[in-house]
Every structure is written in structure tokens, then in C-alpha cells.
Ligand binder design. Structure first.
Ligand code: HEM
Length: 119
């Protein structure tokens, strides 16, 4: 079974103060400490996302399939799923909804100046 890491544990491994360099990519955790200095794109780009989710940064750099393959070598586990998902935005409690009273039906108008014809 794969090792599970909390996001906070990964965040601590940000390459600062002698810490290793871990990144998250598509829910997996990678220890890329030994690769940072060999990165063809430079070490800074990886250090910017050290301890964080690097999925967007990695994908938007337009890496080759070789790079994706290379990343697999550094996998050490998976990131824990958030215990409490955020409530979806735009949802309102039904109890707070105010009901608009329906308009009174108008009685059929009686014409005051109507008269009866006797013929
Ligand atoms: C940590 C895992 C990473 C691995 C294993 C990795 C691997 C590689 C490899 C093998 C290349 C050579 C070109 C290719 O095959 O696509 C490369 C280039 C590059 N990488 Fe990464 N990369 C990583 C993270 C990142 C991140 C987080 C960024 C941030 C934007 C980044 C930006 C770039 C750029 C801009 C290049 C092009 C460099 C050039 O052509 O001069 N990489 N990377």
C-alpha cells in the first residue's frame, strides 16, 4: 500500500532550512530533492512549488512525456484527501427563504352604472 501524507507534512518539505523538496502532482507526493539541481528548467521553478501542489505549474510548462515518466521515479506516496470538503457555494438554507404572499384574487368588477333592460 502507498504511504499517505497529510498536506501539512508535505508543506514542511519545502526545501527551506535544509528540508527536502517534496511536491504534489495529481494527488501523489514526490521527493524531487535530488532532481532540483538537474532540472533543465532550473531549480527556481521547482523551488517555487516546493511543499505545494505543482500540478498546474508542471502541466502548463508543457513537459514532454519523458518528463512525466521521470517524475514517476520520485514518487513516495499519496496525499491525504481533505477530511471536510468545503460546502458548495451558492447553496442557501431552505429555512431562510422568504415566501412571497400570493396576490389576492380580484373580485369580478361590478359596473356601478349598469342598468337592467326590461324590454
Ligand atoms: C518536479 C518535477 C519536474 C520534473 C521531473 C521536470 C522535468 C523536466 C524535464 C525532463 C525537462 C526537459 C524538457 C522535457 O522533457 O519536457 C523540463 C523542462 C522544463 N521544466 Fe520541468 N520538471 C519538473 C517540474 C517543473 C515545474 C514545477 C516547472 C514550473 C513551471 C517546470 C518548468 C520547466 C520548464 C520551463 C522547462 C523548459 C526548460 C527549457 O526548455 O529551457 N518544471 N522539466
Amino acid at each position: 500500500m502507498s504511504q499517505i501524507y497529510q498536506k501539512s507534512e508535505v508543506a514542511e518539505r519545502n526545501g527551506k532550512n535544509g528540508q527536502p523538496v517534496w511536491i504534489i502532482y495529481k494527488g501523489n507526493v514526490y521527493d524531487v530533492t535530488s532532481f532540483v539541481e538537474r532540472h533543465p528548467g532550473g531549480d527556481e521553478l521547482i523551488l517555487e512549488v516546493a511543499g505545494k501542489d505543482a500540478t498546474k505549474a508542471f502541466n502548463s510548462a508543457g513537459h514532454s512525456s519523458d518528463a512525466v515518466q521521470q517524475l514517476k521515479e520520485f514518487k513516495i506516496g499519496e496525499v491525504a484527501i481533505d477530511a471536510q470538503p468545503k460546502p458548495q457555494s451558492g447553496q442557501k438554507s431552505a429555512g431562510l427563504q422568504q415566501q412571497q404572499p400570493l396576490p389576492e384574487p380580484k373580485p369580478a368588477e361590478k359596473s356601478s352604472n349598469s342598468f337592467l333592460c326590461c324590454c
